[in-house]
Design a protein. Sequence first.
Length: 565
Amino acid sequence: MSKVGGFTFVLHSHLPYARQAGMWPHGEEWVHEAIAETYLPLLNALYDLKDDGVVFKLTIGVTPILGEQLSDPTIIEHFVSYAAERSAWAEDDIERFEQSQEPGLRDLARYYHHFYARALTSFQDRFKSDLLGALAQLQDEGYIEIATSAATHGYLPLLSRDSSISGQLATGVKAYERRFGAKPKSIWLPECAYRPAYIESTPEGDIRRPGLENFLARYGLETFFSETHSVEGGNPVGKAAGEAIGPYGAVTRHYSPELEVHEIDEPRTTFQPYWVGDEPGKVAVLARNNDTGQQVWSATFGYPGDYWYREFHKKDATSGLQYWRVGGSGLDLAFKPLYEPQRASERVEEHAEHYVSLVRRLLVEYYDAHGHYGVISAAYDTELFGHWWFEGVDWLKSVLRRLAAAPEIELTTANQIVTEHPPDRVLALPESSWGAGGGHFTWLNSETQWMWPQINRAEVRMETLVASSTGAIGAEREFLNQAARELLLLESSDWPFLVTTGQAREYAVERFDDHLKRFHQLAEIIELGKTEEPESVKFLRELQDRDNPFPFIDYHDFRAHQGSV
């Protein structure tokens, strides 16, 4: 049977830079949790499918700052301690529940003891403590496509200088090439935030700031992703509408005029890729399919809210382990019933069958209506699976197994779609994101507006440093590179996001202020010509130990070039 359409999961993997930034409730433990609950289970699932001879394909994005952390010796060492500690806590719970004659809780404690023991064994034995190497092998063997992102997940539309956009992308691409031994072809723009070209008024006159697609083309990036409404038009839906699993706000904000480009004059669809910008044939966009997305994102009818799945929010007062299930819509945490792993596994298979049936129906209907191949890009945060939705990785595994066996569906990857089924139309993509409301509000609002002038001043100061030190060597070069590193960390979209959502406001403000202060301290030392002084070198070494991602960083990537790529 001929293929009527293609399908790819697009899993966006990202965590803020948390190395040596404290532990629970914020900091490095975020990374440990994600390794144990999401990244290891996902790799186990994919390698299990491979071992079973299942020919699957999907797209997995890994942000450069996450990649730096997953390969960092300090985080690797701390994760081993974390997994061993959680396994020991579960073992203590077994004895505690045995003594209190609570067999249901005792059996669940045994379940968790096995879960963390397996995580540790998989990490050290199956994947040799090298998660990125395990992903690279899957890419080399043709099972996955690994997408990149901006270096520290900087919110690109709100950066005031083109040098910052270039610095974020250049560093991200170099990090990818170092880790995966290839050039990236697709990119997850941080927060799916896109900005078209526009006219910026300056004291020297008007400047045309290029659309983000021009920057992507410069670095050989051919495919990026957007939220549904940015392609289809209309009001934001799904995650951007504010109804979602996880921490997202609910107000929109739009800014910046768009330059006119060639536009299509027929209904737009997420079932096709489109060229973006005024140079067709260089960069394409794939939009998230809403019908499939809602099955996971919706807090009302999405799979993760099923009564049999594990409850995320209720934790044991002693060990912090999660022994309960959702149990019912709106059910108070005090009345949550005990989790039943076997029943949850049965629901996983039922939901996987439902999802695959939906994918098949949508692609067949599109083919019948239009007479040609259509695609579904199902985009999600990777950390939703396993961490927020405990059974989510098992669901992904079952869906991939079933779709691989569907004769009319082609499992594919993002850039493979664009390469083998190139767009034949150009789209003027509007300013947008997958944040609540579909615009920039989550990152620019009354709670976060104070951050952006600070970022923007640092951007300009970095340009000045580069212009006055183009041939720096020795200590001066190290200082400039560390300043660039601190600027990237300052620009992370995570800090305004955490302030807006209220998840970790004080922590985010502290992290933002720390990187801002460090950047300006470094800049002052450079400007005063004190880079060789012992106290300055001591300060630099302390920062290089604390904030050490991107050892290859090149401050020249932050040279001023406003209005040109």
